[in-house]
Ligand binder design. Structure first.
Ligand SMILES: *Cc1c(COP(=O)(O)O)cnc(C)c1O
Length: 465
């Protein structure tokens, strides 16, 4: 038995699927529904392409799950992990100890993040990072003698992970319904989703209005009770929702006015995705805390953490005493070694500038062409994130009945045509690896066009449009 485990292609697809449904409960999955049709088994990858157990090649326009920023198969990352596994595969940082990769990565993160960040707290994932955020924000106000400042304000349709605190900060009602969430003292305001909520006004006016909901909530709660506001610079899992340009500067102004902490969840928008190192730089905010994960290692190995701004770090260091929080894998040396190699690679290949000046604008240009398509009501891109809103009526922007699951029909065509594009309701989204070339963007755009056309034909055939 052991001899066949983990060897290349020892089983047929049907055998993989049978073992999968017999033993493996997948995340965010209807277990029974999946078992009835079987998983697609991905067996290898290179650059921006995946191959499945049938040998079919697929263009991965989602970078795995928003994380494989430098593309698959990068030898520098493989070598860094191998070297570190041999040298020191694990040691913790609990017992007044540290390892060279964890120290060097902390130094490097202080270099590539905005100047207010000189310290990092490591976790194993983005969700854990946001648990740390909740602990740290509340601890900060405790140390300052304001323990009543506990409330963290977030947004509906935000995604901040799937632990108890992460899912509570998130604004996904389906997640709150399962498990008695949110935990106390986390509240949500409406999201800055212009297409859904603001089409009766200009984008800029709507951005100010959406940000103004933060001030209204602070006043409703009493400013003396509010600890922090958290948001993704661009909502990712919520559907690649790029807020109006006016939104983040106004959020910053309101946080400053009431002295509340600003937390930027950069798990997707960090490490070059938007054409800046971090999304807050693109959006014009100056956060006190920044959650990261995903792109920090390009997903080759799990790592997450929180960048801690000097405003908070000085209080916790100078007056805080012991901070009773941490993870076995905080500062895991192999993960940190891979992160260092990944960041060095991003720097050496100029990937951030490449997204900002070359492939980002080119993606925007190719995506703009989809605005003509009869199914598409809105096109948005920022750096190498993109969204196409599918609509029933282009003129009015009327959307399909959600129960028809038109987005899933489109996603089915994408799978069938060798493209991974994700559906969030009827919003089709992409976030390809930052190494994607112009020619590959053309290839991707061709596949997207074909899938939109196939979806349009289906929708018409079924009389939905
Ligand atoms: C993915 C994600 C998380 C959660 O990260 P995990 O590593 O899955 O725990 C948190 N915030 C944002 C914005 C994310 O996209």
């Amino acid at each position: 038995m052991n001899a066949v485990l983990n060897t290349p292609h020892p089983r047929t697809t049907a055998e993989w699927q049978a073992a999968d449904s017999a033993h493996y409960l997948h995340p965010f999955t209807d277990f029974k529904g999946l078992a009835s049709k079987g998983s697609r088994v991905i067996t290898r990858a290179d650059n921006i392409y995946l191959w499945d157990s049938e040998g079919k090649k697929i263009l991965d326009a989602m970078s795995g799950l928003w994380c494989v920023n430098v593309g698959y198969g990068r030898q520098e990352l493989i070598d860094a992990a191998t070297r570190q596994l041999k040298e020191l595969p694990f040691y913790n940082s609990f017992f007044q100890t540290a390892t060279p990769p964890a120290i060097e990565l902390a130094e490097l993160l202080a270099e590539v993040t905005p100047p207010q960040f000189q310290h990092v707290f490591y976790s194993g994932s983005g969700s854990e990072g946001n648990d740390t955020v909740v602990r740290m924000v509340r601890r900060y106000w405790d140390v300052l003698g304001q323990p009543q400042r506990k409330v963290i304000i977030s947004r509906k349709n935000a995604y901040h992970g799937s632990t108890m605190a992460g899912a509570s900060l998130g604004g996904m009602s389906g997640m709150h319904e399962q498990g008695g969430l949110p935990i106390p003292d986390i509240v949500h305001i409406e999201q800055p989703f212009w297409f859904e909520l603001g089409r009766d006004m200009s984008r800029d006016a709507f951005g100010l209005k959406a940000a103004g909901l933060l001030e209204a909530k602070i006043l409703e709660l009493g400013a003396e009770r509010v600890a922090a506001f958290i948001g993704e610079p661009i909502q990712g899992a919520g559907g690649v929702i790029v807020p109006p340009d006016t939104y983040w500067p106004e959020i910053q102004r309101i946080c400053d006015k009431y002295g509340i902490l600003l937390v930027s969840d950069e798990v997707i928008t960090g490490f070059g995705r938007t054409g800046q190192w971090f999304g807050c730089e693109r959006m014009g905010s100056k956060p006190d805390l920044m959650t990261f994960a995903k792109g920090v290692t390009s997903g080759y190995i799990p790592l997450g953490g929180v960048m801690v701004g000097e405003r908070i770090a000085r209080v916790l260091i100078d007056q805080g005493g012991e901070f009773n929080h941490g993870y076995t894998y905080s500062g895991h040396p192999v993960a940190c070694a891979v992160a260092i190699a990944n960041i060095r690679l991003i720097q050496r290949e100029g990937l951030v500038e490449r997204v900002r000046e070359d492939v980002g604008p080119y993606l925007a240009q190719r995506f703009a062409e989809f605005a003509e398509h009869p199914l598409v009501g809105e096109v948005q891109t920022c750096g190498l994130m993109g969204a196409l809103q599918l609509v029933k009526d282009k003129a009015s922007g009327a959307t399909f009945d959600g129960a028809l699951e038109v987005g899933m029909v489109c996603r089915g065509h994408c799978f069938g045509n060798g493209l991974i594009m994700r559906a969030v309701g009827d919003r089709m989204i992409i976030a390809p690896p930052l190494v994607i070339t112009r020619a590959q963007i053309d290839e991707m755009a061709g596949l997207i066009r074909r899938c939109l056309d196939l979806t349009l034909a289906d929708v018409k055939a079924r009389g939905w449009m």
